[in-house]
Design a protein around this ligand. Structure first.
Ligand SMILES: C[S@@+](CC[C@H](N)C(=O)[O-])C[C@H]1O[C@@H](n2cnc3c(N)ncnc32)[C@H](O)[C@@H]1O
Length: 418
């Protein structure tokens, strides 16, 4: 594609994602469906440009007024995710001079907000939690995430899969904490690989893998994944159970559960029972009350821990939306807790960075439910035999941060029903 045409397309897509009325990944997918002739490299440039603009929106909003032309074009120029020479060949002389001026600005001369590119309400919440690490956290949230895989240990060993990937020209490293994870150096297309089609690998952030480790699901048990969605955690739990016992995958979204079906077929698991529920107090939950060994509530949340992948969320979320979410989280957790038999383990998890959805929910649950005893995360993770499990924890909870652990931001709390 001609540089000018590609920049025009980037500006069009940037204009669409900046409306912030739909998730950016859905806007990008729709754009690709409507422009089927785009090749893989053009698609990559378009998507990465749109994401770069969302990541650095405050900085680019600061630079944009001194340029010329439509705002979305100026933003697309600033975020353009391709070679500089290629970009410059698409620019007018005035645009080129303006871009050179913007490039010459030294970060140390910028206001803090133009360096962290986060909304103020979130800045306050993060500073209160990580203090002097705030800028390192903000920078890591504004970088793309690496691509992590989980090896399906029902089918293959991690080292064998790493060797198989290497033979296909894909470099990987074992993840530092999860025993099932491989971190890839690049972002290759995976779906045509034999390891993928036969179900030996799934894409899953190391942090998500560690949430599953907190559940420690065992052979022959009755386990519930209460908010299973497309089943990322279900698949990991099913493999940990060695395809024995019974694993219920509940979700209010039948559509999301549908996306689990092809993954299940690849995985070779036959112990999983997906079921759409109407709400968290569904009849099905009542029938299983007191019968379950382990329950994970991977709660719907603000998703702010996934800003590396979903940078639009920082502009689409708000303190009010978080507040509304917490009522739902509490209701789901309380209802899911009824499933457990005495001695059973409950895990509450989010991919949020804010206390309200994390520690505050765990503390409120403990206060309301004296029949549930806190299980410190270090103990919950003991089967992994990690020398440094305490590094993953804050107090009794698992607390993962992108700048410390190179995972998305995650929280998990565990209890045992007494
Ligand atoms: C964080 S996502 C789950 C991701 C999934 N566990 C995975 O690992 O891929 C939260 C899920 O909770 C579901 N959900 C929302 N309200 C619910 C409710 N009342 N009961 C059960 N699931 C609910 C949403 O449909 C969404 O799929």
């Amino acid at each position: 594609m001609h540089p000018k045409a590609l920049l025009d397309a980037c500006a069009e897509l940037v204009g669409q994602v900046l409306k912030l009325d739909h998730p950016a990944d859905a806007v990008v997918s729709r754009y690709f469906r409507e422009h089927r002739s785009l090749g893989p490299r053009e698609r990559a440039t378009l998507a990465e440009t749109a994401y770069a603009v969302l990541r650095r929106k405050l900085l680019y909003d600061h630079f944009a007024p001194s340029g010329t032309g439509p705002r979305e074009r100026r933003m697309a120029i600033l975020g353009f995710a391709g070679p500089r020479d290629f970009l410059k060949s698409a620019l007018s002389d005035a645009e080129r001079r303006w871009l050179d001026q913007c490039d010459a600005v030294v970060p140390a001369d910028l206001l803090e907000r133009h360096r962290h590119n986060l909304p103020e309400w979130l800045v306050a919440s993060l500073k209160a939690q990580v203090g002097a690490e705030f800028m390192a956290l903000a920078e890591s949230l504004n970088r793309p995430a690496p691509l992590d895989l989980r090896v399906n240990t029902l089918q293959a060993r991690r080292e064998d899969v790493a060797r198989e990937l290497a033979q296909a020209g894909i470099a990987s490293e074992p993840t530092p904490w999860s025993p099932w994870g491989l971190r890839l150096a690049d972002k290759p297309a995976l779906t045509k690989l034999d390891a993928f089609t036969r179900g030996a690998i799934e894409v899953q952030d190391e942090g998500s893998q560690l949430l599953c480790a907190m559940v420690d699901a065992r052979r022959g048990e009755m386990v519930v994944d209460f908010c299973a969605g497309a089943g990322g955690k279900t698949l990991a739990l099913g493999a940990a159970m060695r395809n024995t016992g019974r694993l219920y995958a509940f979700d209010v979204s039948a559509h999301r559960l549908d996306a689990l079906k092809p993954r299940l077929a690849r995985s070779g698991l036959s112990n999983v029972h997906p079921a759409a529920i109407a709400h968290e107090r569904d009849e099905r939950i009542k029938r299983l009350a007191g019968k379950i060994d382990r329950v994970i509530v991977d709660a719907p949340c603000s998703g702010l821990g996934t800003l590396r992948r979903n940078p639009d969320l920082k502009w689409r979320q708000s303190p009010q939306a978080v507040q509304e979410m917490t009522a739902k989280q509490m209701a789901i957790l309380s209802s899911a807790a009824r499933l457990l038999k005495p001695g059973g383990r409950l895990v509450y998890a989010t991919c949020s960075l804010v206390r309200e959805e994390n520690e505050a929910i765990a503390e409120a649950f403990s206060a309301q439910q004296p029949g549930f005893e806190v299980l410190p995360a270090v103990q919950a993770l003991a089967p992994l035999k990690l020398a440094d499990a305490a590094q993953l924890c804050s107090g009794d909870h698992l607390r993962l941060w992108p700048h410390r652990h190179e995972t998305d931001g995650f929280f998990a709390a565990a209890w045992v029903r007494s």
